[in-house]
Design a protein around this ligand. Sequence first.
Ligand SMILES: [Zn+2]
Length: 176
Amino acid sequence: MDTLELKSIDQAFQQTEEVVVPQYVEFIVNGKQLSQLINQHFKLAKPVFSKFTSTLGTMELTNFDRLKIHQLLTHPVKEKDVEKLFPKKHFEQEPILEELELDKILLYCCAECADYRCSGCFVKVTKSPKTFIWTLDAPLFSDKDKEDNSNELKFEFEQEAYHKAFKTYLLTLQVE
Ligand SMILES: [Zn+2]
């Protein structure tokens, strides 16, 4: 069984060519950064963080994190949930609702625009009786890239531990 943790990364003081966004929350799978596992598995010429940032811990508004966690736990998200997190008065809901209709979840987004239509690294999450299964395709670096699921990267997490990883993270959001 694979393991999942969430870890806050602060690279503000590191000088690497990859860093676009100094602070984010990384998915740690089997003790390794998921972005690096993706770089290796798909033999990427440009690493994930040359273009993307994590969809967790990047946005100033933590409601984006809450929505993402709903999705990753495969909780159905209805329009009224979106209204609660992102009231029409202040947000353009259409792109959020469109993204929710995809059969996959954006894990790493464009560090400049965060729009799933620009580019992204997506995961499909399926729930089995005892586990959550993640299936990742190669990242789409631009809207011209075609989805290719010939070489997908798969992980399987035990349900209780998976829930715990996200619940622990949600608690850190509530402290703020
Ligand atoms: Zn973009």
